[in-house]
Design a binder for this molecule. Structure first.
Ligand code: PLP
Length: 399
């Protein structure tokens, strides 16, 4: 009999989205004439930018002739895409080396797999509320997590507790689920803390393209002095360019990230990640990488930003209504997510039912993201303009 990885027994049942689907299906079965508006799921709805579509077609055509056909590509991604990503950072004043860029099929895989590079006896800090991938992938490996509370007192932006030592720190900014975004000054505190503790920050920048105030808010952890000595950055074309179904992401592992092992040899995280990816991963397809490279051109990015602006306007419409109703909210300005406390002290699943029954609007109960989400609720700006407006008109009448 195989002895199984019993760490899986320690995972909490992930019923958030299946439970939402179940409750909505039940409601629509009983109320077939009611129009339900879904502002719950964190998935984009706008089609890909025309330049990305054109480049994807070219990628397919390249496969059709022996001269241009591509078989296995470099495990860390084609040079043309890593150079395009380096230029994308360069245009924002962040110097990275193409050798520090690793292309992948998305940030979920990378944020989940990176934990393999760290031993099990680290102190690993994760925020609560949290993107569940960080938590579950560590539990699968038998690792212990220390939670840092995000709450109304700290505007859902937990800051380092200098009296506590950490080795690995997860930060997602702009945040999913809370929409909160760290300022450069706050991230500087995190970088200083990491350097003082010899720790690594795992920075998830999946929503960087939503940042509206790049003077004060960081789109990349590498805008912060010292970060190249203490941080890995994950990013993705999913929210930036609508690639949730197309699949392409990238991770930046600075070559300066080196730590002494217990055997007295220095280990490079860049070399380790390269070894890990070339052993277990064969990169994302040439076709997708060719499409992704078009996204990072100035014209491609301008097209993607049109979609982002559309979502940002939806977020503003939601935020304005909450503001009008005197409901304190987080996010919505530098993020497609709006996070707010459920009215009248309601718990998030009760509020979910209340909103579904009385306004036919579906959101995401905060309880699904950790204990600090118990009384909070997430709405997303990824719906259509018409549905967003209609949902907010229903809010206007209900509250
Ligand atoms: C959507 C999202 C990602 C991106 O995941 P992909 O696998 O690239 O689609 C990463 N991190 C967070 C927090 C997200 O919400």
């Amino acid at each position: 009999m195989p002895k199984l990885n019993e760490n899986y027994l320690d995972l909490q049942e992930s019923y958030l989205f299946s439970e939402i689907a179940h409750r909505v299906a039940e409601y629509t079965r009983e109320n077939p004439d009611k129009k339900v508006i879904r502002l719950g799921i964190g998935d984009v709805t706008k089609p890909l930018a025309p330049l990305a579509i054109k480049a994807l077609h070219e990628g397919v055509d390249a496969m059709a002739t022996a001269e241009t056909f591509k078989g296995y590509g470099p495990e860390r991604g084609y040079d043309f895409l890593r150079d395009a990503i380096k230029d994308y950072y360069g245009r924002r004043g962040v110097e990275i080396d193409a050798d520090e860029v690793f292309v992948s099929d998305g940030a979920k895989s990378d944020t989940g797999n990176i934990t393999e590079l760290f031993a099990n006896d680290n102190v690993i800090l994760v925020p609560d509320p949290v993107y569940p991938v960080y938590v579950d992938t560590n539990i699968m490996m038998g690792k212990k997590l220390v939670y840092m509370d995000g709450n109304a007192e700290n505007d859902f932006l937990p800051m380092p507790d200098k009296s506590v030592h950490a080795d690995v720190i997860y930060i997602c900014s702009p945040n999913n689920p809370t929409g909160a975004c760290y300022s450069k000054a706050q991230l500087k505190e995190w970088v200083d803390y990491a350097l003082a503790n010899d720790a690594v920050i795992l920075f998830d920048a999946a929503y960087e393209a939503f940042v509206t105030d790049p003077d004060n808010l960081a789109r990349s952890i590498f805008e912060i002095e010292g970060a190249k000595k203490c941080a890995i950055e994950f990013c993705s074309l999913s929210k930036t360019a609508g690639f949730t179904g197309t699949r392409c992401g990238y991770t930046i592992v600075p070559k300066d990230l080196k730590f002494m092992s217990s055997r007295g040899v220095e280990m490079s995280l860049n070399a380790m990640w390269n070894r890990r990816q070339s052993t277990k991963f064969n990169s994302t397809s040439y076709i997708i990488q060719h499409g992704a490279a078009a996204v990072f051109t100035e014209e491609g990015m301008a097209q993607c930003m049109e979609n982002i602006h559309y979502y940002q306007e939806n977020a503003r419409i939601i935020a304005d209504m909450l503001g009008k109703k005197g409901i304190r909210y987080y996010g919505g300005i530098n993020s497609p997510y709006i996070w707010f406390e459920c009215p009248n002290g309601m718990e998030s699943w009760d509020f979910f039912d209340y909103l579904l029954k009385n306004a036919q609007v579906v959101g995401t109960p905060g309880a699904g993201f950790g204990k600090n989400g118990k009384n909070f609720f997430r709405l997303t700006a990824f719906g259509s303009r018409e549905n967003t407006i209609e949902a907010m008109e229903r809010f206007d009448q209900l509250f």
